[in-house]
Design a protein around this ligand. Structure first.
Ligand SMILES: C[S@@+](CC[C@H](N)C(=O)[O-])C[C@H]1O[C@@H](n2cnc3c(N)ncnc32)[C@H](O)[C@@H]1O
Length: 515
């Protein structure tokens, strides 16, 4: 089992696209929290621990105005990112294969630095090097996105990590083999009613959750020498020592305490004036296990709506889907929110005409006579609950279905559709209009690939052949379908569903265009 500063390197990680790392999202979190975001164009973006680079490359394709640099110590990872950069024609992205402690000093400064899946899994020394990089390379007004395993939500899972690592260390083979053996052992002791699992039923249930996860993920999560779950307050204090202040969190609803904690606790938050203390209490009330936090280097405050309009009015707000309706119910984990009422009726009706900037919304006839703070808050709560979405450019609500088929515009998206077909992992396609990526299930992506690269008539047969080539079955009501005619009928339904639900969304985002 080989490692870099205690981090495993003998097994490649999974390709994954994480939308929380998108500049458009980070800029919105700053604006939402009344802080000035970095500029939308001409920025530089650094991802520390970029893995196979799917987030980096998707964002580079979605933001051609930005320059994207990824860093990772694992050469197998950066080789995949380099291949995608070349095949996707991304002239604004590159990766550096290096330890965080060995980066060239002339890297320059960045408006965005992100690290996802890194901070909890490295040693104190490596974390100190990361802080050195943040201190040296984050531009004034720049934003950092850091994710980590959080307390108290991880408390009952800590012993699982301990036993997995200890058992894996006794086994032979590479990290994949060791983690598989360790998971089998974990299932065994849980099923035999080891007292820890009897006393901690949530930990017992978690064993079922992790046994279904990809062994590559589990090896990277549990087999590193270092693994820490942090209290928010400790991370905030360490960031402060690096000159960084807490800006807000993701997903967006976590910026609203009333969308994170149950009503019985809300009075506590209403009377708390210290945001850092409130965050710590929120984690306890919500039993937070993972955090995505945004920090900034002295971002300028935006005390009024007018200030926000002056500094961040390039973001566009629109309906998250053409078929949204009120009341809108959002399942936000602890809280289930219901969005309704006359203000939302007017907002939804207005945005049916397409997405708009905040200045256009507050100035429009139905809203101009209302309190701007209330309208802005309603828009933000709508984003938090999934009713609205934030994008870089205006998006139409619907695009007419083309008669003669569709094609993919960006070479990066063509590359993504054509590589890793039916790999079992979602496929991300980049949209310059949204400034982010759209995730498709692998079967849906394979169908889109067939629709854009061949005749519509033969799409079902070609998808069927691809499934057969990777040995993948189809199920109806959780039972395998073996009859070839029934299998084709099910695939025909899947192709029709992609044409009705997914193709229109990809046309809307400019990912597909009529042929
Ligand atoms: C869990 S993976 C996350 C990858 C990617 N951010 C994602 O979420 O898909 C952590 C990554 O950090 C890299 N890494 C760990 N320690 C490092 C170090 N000291 N210097 C550079 N990269 C490191 C690993 O090689 C790995 O690719």
């Amino acid at each position: 089992m080989s490692s870099a500063a205690g981090y495993i390197t003998d097994v490649s990680y999974l390709p994954g696209f994480y939308p929380h790392l998108a500049p458009v999202v980070l800029r919105y979190v700053a604006a939402l929290n009344r802080l000035t975001p970095p500029p939308a164009t001409g920025f530089r973006y650094l991802e520390l621990g970029c893995g196979l680079g799917r987030t980096l490359t998707t964002l580079a394709a979605a933001e051609p105005q930005g320059e994207f640099i990824g860093v990772d110590v694992n050469q197998q990872h950066t080789a995949v990112a380099e291949r995608d950069i070349a095949a996707g024609g991304l002239t604004n992205a590159r990766v550096v294969t290096a330890d965080f402690g060995a980066l060239p000093d002339d890297l320059g400064s960045f408006s965005f630095i992100t690290l996802h899946g890194v901070y909890s899994w490295v040693s104190d020394d490596v974390r100190a090097r990361i802080h050195g990089l943040l201190e040296r390379h984050l531009a004034p007004g720049g934003l950092v996105l850091v994710s980590y395993n959080a307390m108290p939500g991880w408390a009952h899972l800590q012993p699982i990590r301990g036993i997995l690592r200890q058992y894996a260390a006794l086994r032979q083979g590479d990290s994949l083999q060791r983690i598989r053996d360790a998971i089998a052992y974990l299932v065994f002791i849980r099923d035999k009613q080891a007292r820890y699992f009897v006393d901690n039923p949530r930990a017992a249930a978690y064993v079922d959750a992790i046994r279904s996860l990809d062994a590559r993920y589990l090896a990277h999560e549990y087999l590193n020498d270092h693994w820490t779950s942090f209290y928010f307050a400790d991370v905030a204090a360490t960031m402060r020592r690096s000159g960084l202040d807490y800006v807000g969190s993701l997903p967006v609803h976590t910026n609203f305490w009333d969308l994170c904690v149950l009503p019985e606790f809300q009075e506590l938050f209403r009377t708390s004036s210290d945001r850092l203390v409130a965050e710590a209490h929120k984690d306890f009330c919500a039993n937070t296990a993972f955090r995505f936090d945004v920090y900034g280097r002295r971002p300028a405050p935006l005390p009024t709506v007018e200030d926000r309009l002056a500094a961040a009015d390039d973001l566009c707000y629109g309906l998250s889907r053409p078929d949204v309706s009120l009341p809108h119910v959002g399942n936000l984990g602890i809280v289930t929110s219901t969005t309704q009422g006359p203000l939302y009726e007017s907002l939804v009706a207005f945005l049916r005409g397409g997405s708009r900037r905040l200045s256009a919304i507050v100035a429009a006839e139905p809203f101009a006579a209302l309190d701007r703070v209330a309208v802005t808050r309603a828009v933000d709560v709508g984003v938090a609950t999934g009713l609205f979405e934030v994008t870089n450019h205006p998006l139409p609500v619907t695009v007419p279905a083309p008669d003669g088929g569709v094609r993919v515009v960006h070479p990066f998206n063509r590359t993504m559709l054509a590589s890793d077909i039916l790999s079992g992992r979602p496929v991300a396609l980049a949209s310059e209009l949204t400034g982010s990526g759209t995730l498709l299930a692998d079967l849906d992506a394979a169908i889109v690939h067939e629709l854009v690269s061949g005749d519509r008539a033969g799409a079902v047969e070609r998808v069927d052949a691809r499934l057969a080539a990777v040995g993948r079955g189809i199920e109806r009501d959780k039972k395998p379908v073996t009859d070839p005619a029934e299998r084709r009928a099910l695939l025909a339904e899947a192709v029709a569903a992609v044409e009705q639900r997914i193709v229109p969304n990809l046309l809307r985002g400019g990912i597909l265009v009529p042929r």
